[in-house]
Design a protein around this ligand. Sequence first.
Ligand SMILES: [Cu+2]
Length: 87
Amino acid sequence: MFTLKRTLLAVGCALAFSAPAFASHCPADAKAIDGAMSKVQLSDEQRSAIQALRDEGMKLHAAGDHRGAESMLAKAMRMLLDDMAMQ
Ligand SMILES: [Cu+2]
């Protein structure tokens, strides 16, 4: 019984701490995108499409919608990876 309670407590703490960790994840992702974009050769179209997703993601992040921000940033990253794969 004691072990179960401790396990639940540990899960509760993990959930409580995951929110701020998640929030700081967006700028880290945006930074990763910026870094990758500066190294990879992209057409203007590709660059502006990725940049738009990245900016939209950071806008959502600033508005407190980290889930939405992450999905935008993930989309930008996937697009970046696809473009890199084609080179
Ligand atoms: Cu965020």
